[in-house]
Design a protein around this ligand. Structure first.
Ligand code: MN
Ligand code: MN
Length: 285
């Protein structure tokens, strides 16, 4: 772990006592369009200080939930090095019984976290992009392959993506059994019907939640590498978090790219992180 002065708001100094662990992975080497998500973790941390610790809508004070900020991983070169190091760093926190909440970085950082969990869980991915290529620019662990790698671990029938509005033709090759909730379905039928589809597909499985911030409309989240119009609203994603909270085993928020941001994207990511943390309160279990 690198030394860090900046940490997420309302965290404690005692790793052993913490029930939630935050990890930053400032990695953006496979990014296809415009890099910059390496600056995401600290932008999210900085934005986290602007909020009240008491979330009246949850009836929860975040100071009553013990959260430890592990800081950032080292900066990695090749994607294989990142994959192995993130897998082992995340794995030690998960084995220590922490609810791990990771900030990217690009979406390629998420599969090595997931592979620490049992194969019988479900994965929910909030994303504009299907990310289902088997490889991209020669990399199997490119951010454009994130959901395909999730499916490698839990099976294609246990991954549900929501907010999709960008699908590459190659995404659909060998993708039998793939089922996703596109952004137009959410707009037409609403978030409750969408959550129902997720619940029908994933049954009673535990859930890992991966939030690619570009799943949310660029009007709310402009600070990202590949913005895509027609996205989800922040409140729809909040509802998804709250409704599924009792089944969550871990989560990440990725693809926040501060140099394209007016501050809103980092603030939204920080706020979504605080929603996830709030639902770790015993009153939610
Ligand atoms: Mn993605
Ligand atoms: Mn995306």
């Amino acid at each position: 772990m690198s030394a860090h002065l900046l940490r997420f708001a309302d965290t404690i100094d005692d790793y052993a006592a913490a029930r939630v662990a935050i990890l930053g992975v400032p990695y953006d080497r496979t990014t296809s369009y415009r890099p910059g998500t390496r600056f995401g973790p600290n932008a999210i941390r900085e934005a986290s200080w602007n909020f009240e610790s008491y979330l009246f809508d949850h009836g929860v004070d975040l100071r009553d939930i013990d959260v430890f900020d592990m800081g950032d991983t080292e900066e990695f070169g090749p994607v294989e090095e990142m994959y192995d190091e993130v897998h082992s760093t995340a794995g030690s926190a998960i084995r220590d019984g922490k609810f791990l909440l990771t900030f990217g970085g690009e979406h390629s950082i998420s599969p090595p976290i997931l592979t620490n969990y049992p194969r019988d869980i479900g994965v929910i991915v909030v994303d504009a992009h299907l990310d289902f290529r088997n490889e991209y620019l020669g990399w199997k662990n490119s951010h454009a392959c994130a959901s395909r790698r999730f499916a490698d671990h839990v099976g294609i029938g246990s991954v549900m993506q929501i907010g999709i509005r960008s699908v590459a033709r190659e995404d659909l090759e060998d993708a039998k059994g793939l089922d996703f909730i596109d952004a137009y379905y959410v707009a037409d039928k609403g978030i409750d019907a969408s959550i129902k589809r997720i619940e029908e597909k994933l049954g009673k499985k535990k859930i890992y939640l991966s939030i690619d911030i570009d799943g949310i409309d660029p009007a709310y989240a402009p600070g990202t590498g590949t913005p895509e119009p027609f996205g989800l609203s922040p409140l729809q994603v909040r509802k998804l978090i709250v409704k599924l909270s009792s089944r969550l085993v871990g989560a990440d928020i990725v693809e926040v790219s501060p140099q394209y941001d007016n501050g809103n994207t980092a603030a939204l990511a920080a706020r979504l992180a605080r929603e996830i943390i709030a639902t770790r309160h015993p009153s939610y279990r």
